[in-house]
Design a protein around this ligand. Structure first.
Ligand SMILES: C[S@@+](CC[C@H](N)C(=O)[O-])C[C@H]1O[C@@H](n2cnc3c(N)ncnc32)[C@H](O)[C@@H]1O
Length: 358
């Protein structure tokens, strides 16, 4: 599979009419911005608000502060690590960009390999994002039938990307969730443990999905080896190139704003050793694996670091030098969100680049 990001042509850049005023900073690409109203990000260098433009959140990775934690029966989950306001952009859903055919094949392959969890979402009828092996922290957001977040599609540099947004105010410490029901490509419906009064009992109960398998009622057990952090996919951005599949996300030159990801683990629990973090590793990417929706080279990389307290890890942005595969420490899993490139937009018939193919 190969995927190339679309290059935005100058004539296709959406330019708004906002002008930044010192006395009225709210006018700079806020709610009334023509681009914001059409869910389109402004483009650096073209927006008259310049550095004051507030409508480049995907591009600048203006993510909310979040924290990974272990749930009971639902695997890992993601918490708000700060108060989040209704409507706020939380983070981009990053992963490998696949055509629908490729996504269906992946689903079958995952099922054959007894991969029980589903991380594929659709961008539109033609494109899917698979965060199973590579992705941002958004891949850890669980389903709820009464969710506090939702997915929204935005046009970023001419391509459609998916973000997680707060549906309502979310207080620090609350688990983030969105409703998977219409978008479940897990093959089989999984029993829902969200506990909401209106629970629809299965993940994907309303999804047309790929309808591959029978009901699956697995629950994550305490000793489930999927809790072994070593087994968890992280995204190391270091070696993505044109031969590897695309990640949906931000393209080059952006600053990453993961504001840290602290996971508090039970003392002495070696399943939470830092080296084993649940992030994404591209170490084994090769030509057979697809490209990622996300950020591409030249970016500040985000790493998982041991904060010295033994059982806690952090994800911090860093200007680390890109290392060749052979130079990398085997367990150093550079994280998320770098080297991810943009996904295609099916609205453009004449895209030269930005197509996922087999
Ligand atoms: C996108 S992943 C979410 C992150 C996942 N918990 C993990 O540890 O990687 C989706 C998987 O999480 C689990 N899950 C998410 N929400 C759930 C829910 N409400 N009830 C039961 N399992 C859930 C299921 O195993 C599902 O396949």
């Amino acid at each position: 599979m190969s995927y190339r990001h679309k290059k935005l042509k100058e004539e296709d850049v959406a330019v708004c009419e906002c002008k930044y005023g010192v006395n009225d900073p709210e006018t700079a690409c806020g709610e009334r911005c023509l681009n914001v109203l059409t869910s389109t990000e402004c483009t650096l260098g073209y927006c008259q608000s310049g550095e004051n433009c507030r409508n480049q959140r995907f591009q600048k990775c203006e993510y909310a502060k979040t924290k990974l934690f272990r749930t009971e029966g639902r695997g890992w989950g993601l918490l708000a690590d700060e108060n989040i306001k209704a409507g706020q952009f939380i983070m981009e859903y990053c992963g490998e960009v696949l055509s629908s055919e490729a996504a269906k094949k992946r689903c079958l392959a995952y099922e054959a390999h007894k991969v029980k969890d589903a991380y594929i979402i659709s961008v539109n009828a033609n494109y899917f994002i698979d965060a199973t092996k590579k992705g941002s922290l958004a891949r850890f957001i669980n389903h709820s039938c009464q969710p506090n977040c939702e997915t929204r599609k935005w046009i970023v540099l001419g391509e459609t990307r998916v973000g997680i947004f707060a549906k309502r105010d979310i207080s620090v410490g609350m688990e983030l969730s969105y409703n998977y029901n219409f978008e479940w490509y897990g093959g089989a419906p999984v029993r829902c443990l969200c506990g909401a009064a209106n629970c629809s009992l299965f993940l994907g109960s309303k999804s047309q999905g790929f309808k591959l398998a029978q009901e699956c009622s697995h629950v994550w057990e305490e000793e489930d080896n999927r809790y072994i952090v070593d087994n968890l996919p992280l995204y190391g951005t270091t070696n993505d190139d044109e031969s590897s599949p695309m990640i949906s996300g931000t393209s080059g030159g952006n600053e990453h704003s993961y504001k840290g990801c602290n996971q508090v683990c039970e003392e002495g629990d070696n399943r939470y050793i830092v080296d084993n973090l649940p992030l994404y590793d591209t170490t084994n990417d090769d030509e057979s694996s697809p490209v990622i929706s996300g950020t591409s080279g030249g970016n500040e990389h985000t790493k998982i670091l041991n904060d010295g307290e033994g059982s806690t890890f952090k994800v911090e942005p860093t200007n680390s030098t890109i290392k060749k595969k052979s130079q990398r420490k085997p367990k150093l899993k550079a994280l998320l969100q770098s080297d991810v490139t943009n996904i295609g937009d099916d609205k453009d018939e004449d895209i030269e680049e930005g197509e996922a193919t087999e």
